[in-house]
Design a protein. Structure first.
Length: 141
């Protein structure tokens, strides 16, 4: 398994469908996606389960609310991929994200990558940075 996509979820019903579909439809298919529902009180969990229906690449765990740090640590412990990709539950990614990362890894073999992303729908659509890291190498949580 090359990539583990890790998604902490808390009350994300407004965004989670677009998030999960953007991952499910990746052009590069060698990934696992682990989702921890951190005690959501909305219908986030139902929406997630409807979208992933029997897709073996996805694992969903539900827990009582423990907060983002605890949830991220649990996600990291559960991951099997060589590279970790963090995605927030209100984010969505380009369908070629993993393929593009795979190409870069194949050419360079680096342990960590940074790339920019844009925040849509916010008053200031600033360019921000997201990081990919090798599980047993570079960690930035």
């Amino acid at each position: 398994m090359l990539f583990s996509i890790l998604i902490p979820v808390y009350n994300s019903a407004l965004y989670i469908e677009q998030c999960i579909k953007s991952i499910k439809n990746q052009s590069y298919k060698n990934f696992e996606c682990i989702i921890v529902n951190d005690g959501s009180t909305d219908n986030s969990l139902d929406l997630i389960n409807d979208i992933i229906e029997n897709d073996a690449r996805f694992t969903v765990i539900s827990q009582s609310n423990k907060g983002i740090s605890d949830t991220r640590n649990k996600l990291l412990e559960m991951s099997n991929g060589e590279y970790i990709v963090w995605v927030d539950s209100d984010d969505f990614v380009d369908m070629d994200l993993l393929y593009t990362l795979w190409e870069k890894i194949s050419c360079s073999g680096d342990d960590a990558y940074s790339f920019n992303y844009t925040c849509f729908g916010s008053p200031s659509s600033k360019l921000k940075t997201i990081e990919l890291f090798k599980k047993n190498g570079y960690i930035n949580i």
